[in-house]
Design a protein around this ligand. Structure first.
Ligand code: XMP
Length: 509
């Protein structure tokens, strides 16, 4: 069991960021809803109480029994977490009378306090709160202030309990990372030994223990998560891992063949299943995006189940579930709101009765990539843009036919290979092309044409939740557009999508 920091979530939009910052310090941490925290065990070295959109002045403010942590191990309350501890000890939290949002400077700091080791006086911090701590309880002392916020940080006398009203986890807090390091390393005494190498070593050993000689089946998608999950399990149990890679006829041009080849090179026991026709028949005539998604999900399960049944005595289903899926499936609003399916291959059909193994379920996406690199997975797989499960079906507006898929594959291929050739691929979070049902008039040589419009989409993003359109160079777009119109029969006009998310989404359907 690695030592860890427990992060108790009161619903702040920044809670995951706190976890990521702690992990960047090579310290393992876990997030739990404040009302569903596990009992303290020896491996827990400290607790962080997150921020919250709530106020301690609400009659039903979220709280917990602080006595189980305070004085027993180091605690850091961030924003609401700090206000909560002050409130519960008899301090006074009132609505802010001045604006406590945006950048501020820590101009009075107890520099000798371990929380502020190596922080500069005047350091910029990010404030974002509607309430403020007006009076602290008697056994608290103020250890940092800004010009307008007297209680920017406090400490409980005689114990390692701290509260800060700013957000060290956001990058606007210039030295926030140093403060978090001070807490987890100097105050909680964490060893910073949680690395990708250590994760691989520990997980492979744990998988060997858990799976023994059992057979495991896993659906590969060509994406980062399923590939890394497969390699980890492969390291643990070798040929007892049976991978299935389904060609749904909605993948990118040549993707099925090239990715299948890469998997074989990696030594995986993988079976490619050509199920194109099944998917095309299920999709025939469907135009509604959700119906298309459902049809694809259903056929995938049918095909996967049929293949899995061919593996005699298989006991486990492996999935590439990652930590954000797990966090989303736990809610701070109580157990009633906690159940959400997070299976990324469309859900496990009940009748398969397989046990589920999810070796990546404690990792963030960037950590999955680091683990993949440690496992020496090719960059072409690790650096790949996200690609939706329903594939090109949700980039062909309207009904799906193999001919339309063929047209879009060619367009997409020209766009993506030019991004790679120009060195722009890695600057883009996700890119692709959309085949619209709109036809427009054009002229080619002496002939009038009446063909489809395609749209190109390229976005920057961190996690797909919000996104902005990429400012790709005009010359690049001009070359791609020319090549598409010259080479792809059936397309005579190319447009570029300049919508951000929100209010648009990344995919058109
Ligand atoms: P949107 O279009 O919601 O997409 O902005 C956000 C991210 O999710 C991907 N996406 C999907 N992935 N099944 C998936 O596995 C889906 O049905 C699906 N729809 C969207 C999208 O490609 C982007 O990365």
């Amino acid at each position: 069991m690695p030592e860890k920091i427990l992060i108790l979530d009161f619903g702040s939009q920044y809670t995951q960021l706190i976890a990521r910052r702690v992990r960047e310090l090579n310290v393992y941490c876990e997030i739990y809803p404040f009302n569903n925290a596990p009992a303290l065990t020896e491996d827990v070295k400290g607790v962080i109480l997150s921020g919250s959109p709530c106020s301690v002045r609400d009659p039903e403010y979220p709280t917990l029994d602080l006595s189980q942590y305070l004085g027993k191990l180091p605690v850091l309350g961030v924003c609401y977490g700090a206000q909560l501890m002050a409130h519960e000890h008899g301090g006074e939290v009132t609505p802010s009378t001045i604006r406590e949002y945006g950048r501020a400077r820590l101009n009075e700091v107890h520099s000798q306090d371990r929380l502020f080791k190596e922080l500069t006086i005047g350091s910029v911090v990010w404030m974002s709160h509607g309430d403020t701590i007006k009076e602290i309880p008697a056994n608290f002392e103020v250890i940092a202030s800004t010009e307008s916020v007297r209680v920017a940080a406090y400490k409980l006398k005689g114990q390692e309990t701290y509260g800060i009203q700013f957000h060290p986890e956001v990058t606007h807090s210039e030295e926030g990372k140093i403060l978090l390091r001070n807490f987890v390393v100097h105050i909680c005494d964490c060893q910073q030994d949680w690395t990708a190498e250590q994760f691989v070593e520990g997980t492979v050993a744990a998988l060997q223990e858990q799976l023994g000689n059992d057979k495991v089946v896993l659906g590969l998608s060509g994406g980062v998560d399923s590939s890394v999950a497969a390699m980890l399990i492969h390291h643990a149990i070798g040929k007892n891992l049976y991978c299935i890679f389904v060609d749904n006829g909605l993948l990118r041009k040549d993707e099925f063949e090239t990715v299948l080849d890469s998997y074989k090179h990696m030594g995986l026991n993988v079976k490619g299943v050509d199920a194109k026709d099944k998917f095309y028949s299920a999709l025939a005539g469907l135009t509604d995006p959700e119906l298309k998604r459902k049809a694809i999900g259903r056929v995938f399960i049918e095909v996967f189940d049929e293949e899995a049944h061919k593996i005699e005595n298989v006991k486990w289903l492996a999935q590439g579930t990652i930590y954000p899926d797990v966090i989303e499936s736990m809610s701070v609003n109580g157990p009633s709101a906690t159940i959400k399916s997070h299976h990324n291959v469309g859900g496990l059909p009940d009748f398969m009765k397989l046990k589920v193994v999810e070796p990546l379920k404690t990792l963030f996406k960037d950590e999955v990539r680091l683990v993949g690199r440690t496992l020496k997975i090719e960059d072409t797989i690790l650096g790949r843009h996200p690609f939706p499960g329903p594939g090109l079906a949700i980039r062909i507006l309207g009904d799906i036919t193999p001919q339309k898929v063929h047209v879009l594959q060619q367009v997409d291929h020209i766009f993506i290979s030019n991004l790679k050739k120009s060195g722009l691929y890695d600057d883009v979070w996700q890119a692709g092309a959309i085949l619209t049902p709109v036809q427009s008039v054009g002229v080619m040589g002496d002939e009038r044409t009446y063909e489809n419009v395609v749209a190109l989409r390229a976005v920057t993003s961190i996690d797909g939740m919000t996104a902005d359109w990429c400012r790709l160079p005009y010359e690049f777009l001009a070359d791609v557009s020319n090549e598409i119109i010259n080479k792809v029969k059936g397309v005579n006009r190319v447009v570029y999508d300049i919508s951000s998310k929100p209010p648009a989404t990344i995919e058109w359907e």
